[in-house]
Design a protein around this ligand. Structure first.
Ligand code: 5GP
Length: 203
């Protein structure tokens, strides 16, 4: 496990400068996070989803403004200079960022938000919004993760190798999170995640 893994563990709810609450969900690629997030958004229709910005190429079926906002590297870098991002990170060679304006507006309107971001992003959000609720989704085993990635078939061998390596590093940092949900069977994982969310809503 990397030495840096759990330095932020002390960041727990201390009060947020607004009424809304942030729910941060992280997971290694292939842990089933997108499916779980969609199920949660169906179950809690008033939960706002923070659509991330990315420089990654859209996958088949992904839509701009729904799954992500797909932007160029230049635009992303300009936004770094202009402090547009509440957090940003480079993941698997692409940039990903969360709009600070979206987050602050939604929180100030009392809306709870779901964020699907990586561990680096989670650290940044926690230091900016300390009362965020953090949830890490685990695959039942590392082998399951590998099988799910192969089955998904969206990545070439090089990207897949990067994702698996990154998965190990992310899992090593799971102690940053307040809640761990193991995605073994989908209905059980949805149930566990729903319980965490409904137990921590702002309203
Ligand atoms: P994917 O390319 O598979 O959609 O996402 C790769 C990784 O990037 C996932 O771990 C996902 O949670 C993370 N990610 C997506 N959006 C953001 C974001 O806005 N910020 C950060 N830090 N990570 C993100």
């Amino acid at each position: 496990m990397p030495e840096h893994s759990c330095k932020n563990n002390a960041l727990h709810p201390t009060g947020q400068p607004s009424n809304g609450r942030l729910f941060i969900i992280s997971a290694p690629s292939g842990a089933g996070k997108t499916t779980l997030c969609n199920a949660i958004l169906n179950k809690f229709p008033d939960l706002r989803y923070s659509i991330s910005y990315t420089t990654r190429t859209p996958r088949n079926g992904e839509q701009n403004g729904v799954d992500y906002y797909f932007i160029s590297k230049d635009e992303f870098q300009n936004n770094i200079k202009q402090n547009t991002w509440a957090e940003w990170a480079e993941v698997h060679g692409n940039f990903y960022g969360t709009s600070a304006q979206f987050i602050d507006r939604q929180l100030s309107q009392g809306n709870d938000i779901l964020l699907d971001i990586d561990v680096n992003g989670a650290r940044q959000i926690l230091s900016r919004y300390p009362s965020s609720i953090t949830i890490f989704i685990m695959p039942p085993t590392f082998e399951t993760l590998r099988e799910r990635l192969i089955k998904r078939g969206t990545d070439n061998a090089e990207v897949m190798a990067k994702r698996l390596k990154n998965a190990e590093a992310e899992i090593a940092q799971k102690c940053l999170y307040q809640h761990i949900v193991v995605n073994d069977t989908l209905p059980e994982a949805i149930e566990a995640l729903s319980a965490i969310i409904s137990g921590n809503r702002s309203g």
